[in-house]
Ligand binder design. Structure first.
Ligand SMILES: Nc1ncnc2c1ncn2[C@@H]1O[C@H](COP(=O)(O)OP(=O)(O)O)[C@@H](O)[C@H]1O
Ligand SMILES: [Mg+2]
Length: 252
């Protein structure tokens, strides 16, 4: 069943058609990759999902609710979390504190209450945040200051900050950008294990190794238009896709 439905979405920047009649549907508990050459419109589309950009026309529905005209924090509360291309974390506090902040407010905006009706004790929040750090393999650095993390570890921290909100849809914009191969492979394994537990993901990525390791379905964007949407093995042999990559400016 589709949890995210994108229909006939258009977005212009001045004379430039950044998104050209984009259609896409993401099925629940699958990983849907969006690939395409640099400038194809991938980030623009993701920004439309989270309310940072407003399409000129078209529809975007999440769980049968329109995402158009509602605010970014309301979209987050509806269950959509995103990991940015550049991690956005607080560098002056510890990893644990970074994860505790989104844990304090649940994604529906309500504070977490315990059985006695009082706001959940700091200890419970701390335990949950620590469990998330374990999940992403950062528990040994929980009390370190976040600024000294490697790029790959910052991404893992941001992932923990997303997961602690218990999202229903996770959006990832180039989750392995700038990572060395070993770090990339660790990230693939981590995302794979999260996906295997049923979390729906949309991942923008131009590293084909990452795409083919994770994706259940792939949409290919070129010059703002979806030129193919298919299973990974079908995309590999698609002539239009090969032409778009060979003919256009490639990201790598
Ligand atoms: N805020 C903006 N204003 C004007 N043009 C933009 C803006 N954001 C993106 N673009 C243009 O829209 C096109 C798609 O960009 P983008 O979505 O970032 O591509 P991708 O993420 O696939 O590399 C590019 O030509 C880019 O220069
Ligand atoms: Mg981009």
């Amino acid at each position: 069943m589709a949890i995210l439905n994108v229909q006939h979405v258009n977005k212009n920047f001045g004379g430039l058609k950044a998104l050209d009649d984009v259609n896409l549907s993401v099925n629940e508990s699958t990983v849907h990759a969006i690939i395409g050459p640099n400038g194809a419109g991938k980030s623009t589309l993701l920004n439309c999902f989270i309310g940072r950009l407003k399409p000129d026309s078209g529809a975007i529905d999440f769980d049968n609710q329109s995402l158009l005209g509602i605010k970014p924090h309301e979209i987050n509360q509806a269950g959509i979390s995103r990991v940015f291309q550049t991690p956005e974390i607080f560098s002056d506090i510890s990893l644990l504190e970074n994860v505790m902040i989104p844990a304090f407010a649940r994604r529906d905006g309500a504070y977490e209450f315990n059985a006695w009706g009082s706001v959940a004790k700091e200890g419970e929040i701390r335990d949950r945040a620590m469990a998330m750090l374990e999940e992403v393999g950062l528990e040994h650095q929980a009390h370190n200051i976040s600024s000294q993390l490697s790029r790959g570890d910052k991404r893992r921290l941001e992932l923990a900050m997303c997961l602690v909100q218990k999202p229903r849809l996770l959006l990832l914009d180039e989750p392995t950008a700038g990572m060395a191969r070993a770090d990339t492979n660790n990230t693939i394994d981590l995302l794979r294990s999260i996906a295997d537990r049923g979390l729906t993901m949309v991942v923008i990525e131009h590293d084909m190794h990452v795409v083919f390791s994770l994706a259940d379905k792939i949409s290919v964007l070129a010059q703002g238009a979806v030129i193919a949407e298919d299973l990974p093995e079908k995309i590999k042999g698609n002539q239009k896709v090969q032409d778009a990559y060979l003919g256009g400016a490639h990201d790598e």
